[in-house]
Design a protein around this ligand. Structure first.
Ligand code: HEM
Length: 408
């Protein structure tokens, strides 16, 4: 394989094409390039972009690629230098840890996120969906799908699980939106993170004194975890648990509304819903410019040598549109048999909340289709001018696809 430790000498490396074509589709450059290619990250450092399905799985399952952010350089933006270098600020947040530390924390949670456990929550999730359908209807026409439906459902669910008072949603919803914005400054990131950490630390202390029937209280009973670590775990769940699902609910509805044939198929046969959810997860791949890993040693992937220390950005949207995964990948097909897509990642960091997300998505789409047979967009769709990372509901420069979607 060609040695690529001389990447820094290359002058004209492309940058990461993060901007989506029209909310739905990944940038064309991501779909037309080779499965793995050199690129220049926003901060100027060089690394690799993986767009091939098999190559993406190879990277994500290989322990020689680290998820520890403090190892990386500018490639790991949007996490600022000060946060990356201060390892203590990431206590408990196992998304950015490697084995065995990662397993130590994740292992405390897996029993609360099993398929069986999540099924037990199903009835409660359906109640939450029904309430939000009422709220959407009460909002009158046209209604904002994100505000009344797509955002409150996952927020309420994760708040109930964790025992976070929903009245405090302003704080964590706005912090989440700020942390995940690509155009926010480092100062904004640090301020938002400090605000969230302080809020959660106070909550953990309160639960330790007065435990309730919720996940944070249960974690306070685990001897190996201190308050800072429990706060870190709660913060990770709180942020990972609502933005992503919100974006799937809103963008999924948008994708169906602009593809009436698929929408009608789903309305005519509700039994397609579970596989339609998998297909929407694949097709939309809302985790847009993530994950990123750092090579701990020289590793050969797809015929190129990634040198120790170099960053590798895995494009989930591109990998999920690779013909190596499914035939005709750019077509949304709600009847497509379930694929082994990478929307929830792969390897040890594969999404802990995936069973929960699936239940929320099936219940959410089903409720919406049943309650509003004439659901349609209230405003013409616009082309995207924003680059979504984890977030496509950014309030400032990124008009939400749910804006104006109204029940009929
Ligand atoms: C990890 C996607 C919903 C909790 C991940 C990863 C992806 C992902 C791609 C892997 C990141 C990596 O490899 O670095 C999604 C999508 C969701 C969703 C598309 C909704 C449709 C949720 C929910 C929760 C959650 C509802 C929590 C209740 C987590 C956690 C991790 C994670 C804790 C870190 C796992 C680890 O590092 O071991 N998610 N997620 N996610 N997700 Fe999700």
């Amino acid at each position: 394989p060609a040695a690529h430790d001389d990447l820094r000498d290359l002058q004209d490396l492309p940058s990461y094409p993060k901007e989506r074509d029209d909310y739905i589709n990944p940038a064309r450059a991501l779909l037309t390039g080779p499965p793995i290619s050199p690129l220049r990250f926003a901060g100027g450092s060089v690394g690799w972009l993986v767009t091939g399905y098999h190559e993406a799985r190879e990277v994500l399952r290989d322990p020689r690629f680290s998820a520890e952010r403090w190892r990386g350089d500018d490639a790991m933006r949007p996490v600022p230098e000060s946060v990356r270098r201060d390892r203590s600020s990431g206590a408990g947040s196992f998304l950015a840890m490697d084995a065995p530390e990662h397993g130590h924390y994740r292992g405390q949670l897996t029993r609360y996120f099993t398929v069986r456990r999540m099924r037990e929550l199903e009835a409660r999730i359906e109640d939450i969906v029904a309430d939000q359908l009422d709220a959407l209807e009460a909002a009158g026409k046209p209604a904002d799908l994100v505000r009344h439906f797509a955002l409150p459902i996952p927020s309420l669910v994760i708040c109930e699980m964790l025992g976070v008072p929903y009245e405090e949603r302003e704080l964590f919803q706005s912090v989440a939106a700020r942390l995940l914005r690509q155009d926010r400054t480092d100062e904004e990131f640090v301020a938002g993170k400090t605000e969230l950490d302080t809020f959660l630390r106070t909550l953990v202390e309160a639960k330790r004194k007065d435990p309730r029937d919720d996940l944070i209280s249960l974690l306070t009973a685990v001897d190996e975890l201190n308050d800072e670590e429990i706060g870190g775990i709660a913060g990770l769940l709180l942020i990972a648990g609502h933005e992503t699902t919100t974006n799937m609910l809103s963008l999924g509805t948008f994708a169906l509304l602009r593809d009436p044939g698929q929408l009608e198929r789903l309305r005519a046969d509700e039994s397609l819903l579970p596989q339609a959810v998998e297909e929407l997860l694949r097709y939309l791949s809302i985790v847009n410019a993530f994950p990123v890993r750092i090579a701990l040693e020289d590793v050969v992937v797809g015929g190129v040598t990634i040198t120790a220390g170099q960053s590798v950005a895995v494009s989930v949207p591109a990998a999920n549109r690779d013909p190596a995964l499914v035939d005709d990948p750019d077509t949304l097909d709600v009847g497509r048999p379930r694929s082994s897509h990478l929307a929830f990642g792969y390897g040890i960091h594969q999404c802990l909340g995936q069973h929960l997300a699936r239940i929320e998505l099936v219940a959410g789409y089903r409720g919406l289709l049943r309650r509003f047979p004439g659901l349609r967009l209230a405003v013409p769709r616009r082309r995207s001018g924003c680059a979504a990372t984890w977030s496509s509901t950014e309030p400032t420069n990124c008009p939400s696809p749910g804006d104006g979607a109204g029940p009929d």
